[in-house]
Design a protein around this ligand. Structure first.
Ligand SMILES: [Zn+2]
Length: 485
């Protein structure tokens, strides 16, 4: 593959590109869905292609090809140059890239069991057993379970001397049960909604969550929700579990700190931000949350869906605070956007593309709320009046990433330090800095896990990216809950 990269690179430099990079991608994926005992989809697909990105006369050009031959790589490079030259005629200013040292490296996701070597019988066998348990009670009208596995091999070369080979593996599994009765419909999912949990690892993720062992509880909770009281309306203390906290982080911190949105470059998909650059330079740092709020971006954390050696700018993965002790510290940048912060400012490695045929854009990396010191039992015992909300069901947030409302699958009421029962249709609303400012207790590392987002949409044409958000159950004081209508 190195030779093919080199051939495109030679073409780029001979035609006057001031910068160029080439990425060849081989992507393999297996999706297995079971719905009410029948395979709802068994998809296996594989793609191979290359993308060439180039700067000529201060403007970007990009082209891709599905054919990896000497002739097509050269042709792809020529097309990228032609596009860059055309873009240069309408450019407002020259593209600048922040400094970075070239590197030669090989990086791969650590994994124990290659999911592509596990038989389809074994995978379907487990999903069928789960399905049997979920549909043992007639109230469950829809039982769906799934597994997804993906492997992406990348070969990257740029005109500054980098050559990087990466081998990324991602695996996920989960299920949900939908109960109908009492004039209502309720859903419960495990280990989280929207297709289960996904991590950068192998088939071992399937064993890491006790999928079978939780099926009965999930089924019975879905049924119990049918006759449960509605979530009470009013202000109360709110404890979010890991999966819901993950989405809260994603929507109100992740997207709000993509520097392209902050700069106004990217305004699709509810795509602006209440954060403005001047806030970052205020002497005290913008107060994003309470003093115990530490939100850390980390593309090196084991298991994160955005865990990699290098981003699509060839920038090394790393760890940095977005919010430290409640104060805003960093944006998510690329080599292009980091240069706006100062000529010597380096990118923090958030440039990623969806496949070989898209140009990379600013992406949320893994972003996690650092654990605190509480045991969950102690946190509940310490709560006089409150509600625990578990597993996301619905979300809405305005395009400035400021006002939001989230619904979860189940709520558990707390009175005088004890869980007293479940409620249905729980939801809450808030305003980003106030909400994070009301955070007063975070559970410890034992309760902490990474929760994957596999469908983060952005850009035009639309691109999908994956990342993980870590969190342990976390308490927010005096939050508006139980919003009707
Ligand atoms: Zn997203």
């Amino acid at each position: 593959m190195k030779n093919y990269c080199q051939e495109a690179m030679d073409t780029l430099t001979s035609l006057g590109a001031s910068y160029g990079d080439v990425r060849i991608l081989n992507y393999r994926r297996e999706d297995i869905f079971l719905r009410n005992g029948k395979p709802g989809g068994l998809n296996f697909y594989e793609s191979l292609g290359a993308g060439v990105r180039v700067i000529v006369n201060g403007a970007w050009g990009f082209a891709s090809t599905t054919e990896i031959t000497s002739a097509s790589m050269k042709d792809c490079a020529i097309r990228a140059i032609t596009i860059a030259k055309a873009s240069a005629m309408v450019k407002k200013q020259n593209v600048k890239l922040s400094p970075r040292k070239p590197v030669e490296d090989v990086w791969g996701t650590p994994f124990t069991i290659d999911p592509f070597k596990v038989s389809l019988e074994e995978k379907l066998g487990l999903l069928t057993k789960i399905d049997d348990i979920l549909r043992k009670k007639p109230e469950i009208k829809v039982a769906s379970s799934s597994m997804q596995f993906a492997r992406e091999q990348q070969w990257y070369m740029d005109s500054e001397g980098s050559y990087i080979a990466q081998d990324l593996m991602r695996s996920g599994a989960g299920y949900s049960a939908t109960a109908v009765g009492n004039g209502d419909m309720q859903i419960r999912s495990y280990p989280q909604s929207w297709g289960g949990n996904h991590k950068s690892m192998g088939y071992e993720i399937v064993h890491a969550y006790d999928l079978l062992g939780n099926a009965e509880r999930i089924r019975d909770e879905a049924i119990a929700l049918l006759t449960a009281p509605e979530c009470p309306s009013g202000r109360t203390d709110l404890i979010l579990d890991g999966p819901q906290l993950a989405l809260q982080i994603h929507e109100s911190v992740g997207h709000a700190n993509e520097f392209d949105r902050v700069l106004g470059f990217e305004a699709n998909y509810a795509g602006r931000s209440f954060m403005v650059p001047s806030l970052h330079f205020a002497p005290s740092g913008f107060k994003y949350g309470s003093e115990i709020v530490n939100l850390v971006a980390d593309t090196t954390v084991p298991g994160g869906l955005a865990t990699f050696g290098y981003d699509d700018d060839g920038v090394r993965g790393g760890r940095f605070h977005v919010v430290q002790n409640g104060q805003h510290r960093n944006w998510f940048t690329t080599r292009e956007t980091a240069s706006v912060l100062g000529e010597e400012t380096e990118s923090n490695g958030c440039n990623r593309s969806d496949g070989y045929s898209n140009i990379p854009i600013t992406r949320i990396p893994n972003l996690s709320l650092m654990p605190g010191s509480w045991k969950l039992d102690d946190l509940i015992a310490d709560t006089k009046d409150g509600i625990i909300m578990e597993v996301n069901k619905s979300w809405s947030i305005d395009q400035m990433r400021l006002n939001f409302q989230f619904g979860t699958e189940i709520g558990r009421l707390i009175k005088n330090g004890k869980v007293t029962g479940i409620v249905k249709n729980p939801n809450y609303q808030g305003v980003t800095p106030e909400f994070w400012g009301s955070c007063d207790a975070i559970c410890n590392q034992d309760h902490w896990d990474l929760w994957g987002v596999i469908n983060c949409g952005k850009g035009q044409p639309g691109q999908t990216a994956e990342m993980s958000h870590g969190g342990a159950p976390t308490r927010f004081k005096n939050v508006m809950c139980g919003i009707k209508g």
